[in-house]
Design a protein around this ligand. Structure first.
Ligand code: PMV
Length: 348
């Protein structure tokens, strides 16, 4: 075992959350982080996790500081497990200090675990001198959080479920770059009093497999829906994309709600937002917006730029919408050079 990582010993990486238009929900092998179905997401701009990893011969144990606070319990344990994996790859023993900041609310349903583990994958491997290409980083990131495998890349990203028991064919790949569809906008409605998740997604999804009578039907529908969603994005066909994403989100929610015990991630405000989008779509000839949400209460409403202000006006009528963000597809992870660390790390 080497005692020291090769220089630099410390590295900083930025990563963004992603929102899945086709979700992954359920793992065929939880120990390897291997999902049942392939998924498709958009990596977002403006929201950022910045993580610095520093291997230090003076440290007796790993340290983790998130937004200025050192969380114990399962968040620390998950980071230590991840570091152990990279230490094994690099054959090093040194403990590390991990300092992470989000420029958005953590555990708010804005997928901080995706950006968090994507940034951790980039920073830890760079600091440990473990050379991985983007595909390798994607394979690694999924051990922290499945959706993190997609945040390695920018723009529109597909995470291939693969078939192999060893997971070599399970990685994300970029489909279309962040600038593929400039008119596409994600209006995010942040709802007030969004509850903290009681059950980790990784556990909740396995309960769905065992107990939801809707699980099998959704799994059978996903592959064709993924192909139609890809085609809609390729053709920049808003109404087709909005139809697919709403149908997928509704099926995902149905699986959650029919899980025993039921998984209810939404607040009354979230439900009203979904209804508001349905009403907007019913008011014209073609659908103008599509909604989706993850295992959280906030709602992402995709629309085309000319309709964004109409969507925001409709949201302003909904009680319990605390804030609205207007986001676009954004870049994947990048290592931050030492000299650039002092630059602003704020929400744009
Ligand atoms: O990345 P995880 O393991 O926390 O699970 C994320 C699950 C969903 O966000 C609901 C779906 C997805 O594909 O992102």
């Amino acid at each position: 075992m080497r005692r020291r990582p090769v220089p630099p010993g410390s590295a900083t990486c930025d990563a963004a959350p992603n929102i899945a238009l086709i979700k992954y929900w359920g793992m065929r092998d939880p120990s390897q982080g291997l999902p049942y179905n392939s998924s498709l997401s958009v990596t977002l701009d403006h929201l950022r996790t910045r993580t610095t990893v520093r291997f230090d011969p003076e440290l007796e144990e790993d340290r983790f500081v998130l937004n200025g606070v050192a969380p114990g319990g399962s968040p620390l344990a998950a980071v230590v497990r991840f570091l152990d994996r990279v230490r094994a790859m690099g054959e090093i023993e040194l403990r590390a200090e991990v300092t992470s900041t989000n420029n958005f609310q953590t555990a708010s349903g804005l997928a901080s675990s995706a950006s968090g583990f994507a940034a951790l994958a980039g920073a830890t491997t760079a600091a440990a001198g473990v050379p991985l290409d983007a595909r390798g980083l994607s394979r690694l990131a999924r051990f922290g959080s499945g959706s993190a495998s997609r945040s390695i890349f920018g723009g529109f990203v597909q995470w291939n479920a693969g078939r192999s028991p060893d997971g070599h064919d399970c990685f994300a790949q970029p489909l279309f770059g962040a600038d593929h569809w400039p008119a596409l906008v994600d209006v995010v409605a942040l709802v007030a009093d969004a509850p903290e998740k009681e059950v980790r997604s990784a556990d909740a999804m396995q309960t769905s497999i065992r107990t939801s009578p809707r699980y099998g039907a959704r799994q059978r529908a996903v592959p064709a829906r993924l192909l139609r969603t890809r085609a809609a994005i390729r053709q920049r066909n808003g109404p087709a994309l909005f139809r697919e994403m709403i149908a997928e989100c509704d099926e995902f929610r149905e699986v959650c709600e029919t899980t025993d015990p039921p998984l209810d991630y939404l607040t009354p405000a979230s439900r009203e937002i979904l209804e508001c989008v349905r009403t907007l779509n019913a008011s014209g000839d073609a659908w103008i917006a599509g909604y989706t949400h993850d295992a959280g209460a906030h709602v992402h409403i995709f629309t085309l730029a000319p309709k964004a202000s109409r969507v925001r006006q409709a949201l302003a009528q909904v009680d319990g919408v605390a804030r609205v963000l207007t986001l676009h597809p954004g870049p994947g992870i990048h290592l931050v050079p030492d000299g650039a660390k002092a630059t602003a790390h704020r929400r744009g």
